[in-house]
Design a protein around this ligand. Sequence first.
Ligand SMILES: C[S@@+](CC[C@H](N)C(=O)[O-])C[C@H]1O[C@@H](n2cnc3c(N)ncnc32)[C@H](O)[C@@H]1O
Length: 261
Amino acid sequence: MSNEVLYNTQVISFLEELWGDGFLSPGGSDEVDKVLEGINIKDQRVLDIGSGSGACAILLAKNYLAKTVVGIDVEPPVCEAAQARILAAGLSEKISIELVSPGILPFENVSFDVVFSKDSIIHIPDKAALASDVFRLLKPGGHFAASDWLISHGGTPSPEMSEYIKAEGLDFAMASPSEYEEALFKAGFIEIELVNRNPWYSKIAAKELEWLKGSDRQGLSKRYGKEFIDHQIEIWMKLVGVLKSGEHCPHHIRAKKPSES
Ligand SMILES: C[S@@+](CC[C@H](N)C(=O)[O-])C[C@H]1O[C@@H](n2cnc3c(N)ncnc32)[C@H](O)[C@@H]1O
């Protein structure tokens, strides 16, 4: 990973305009609801990996009534945005945001009841190491619940997918559903469940592209700069293509640490 900040204030503002206040990923609270389906958060200690600008951590504390939420992220601008949002929401006693270095998660064994993550593990190349680290942090019977952007196969990405990943310029390390499944299984997880969200996000991304190219384009160019918006349109055109082919396949990923381990 380079030292360049990828989610700078311009990117944060643009993504929040696209996806909602405090969200740097699509779907808002509806998607978080689906990721957390069947998992009890009330009175639980929750870790949010890649907490971004904080909307998910706030939902976990405010709507799901988590006991505590620790959000971790690797970039200062998103951590500052999240801290300001949490302070404004009056939730500083329940939610803490920590700026961490990539790598081993800096917490003691069995520190959390639930580990959550929304569209952030794409930035973490070693899925096997992450899975065993999450397993280490969870209490027996604890849950891992995440969404992430996956590639449909373990082979060489198609030229279209390579072009898309290059255009994003966001350090993407996409893995296939079977790589995730194997990483979670080898770490010791049970009840591993992967749900393909491609059919949902294909439709949404096509609408996002229409919005970018439509009557708001001029206003967006004024706010973020013409070059920035032209580049986003270029990214979204490639994104819509690889979603349509099915090679880009966002997933929900859930797994449980056995009660006796
Ligand atoms: C697409 S954003 C999603 C943010 C948030 N989860 C959301 O849904 O709004 C991805 C986030 O992952 C963070 N990230 C990148 N590498 C990371 C790592 N190794 N550990 C934790 N977070 C990381 C980025 O800084 C960014 O804030």
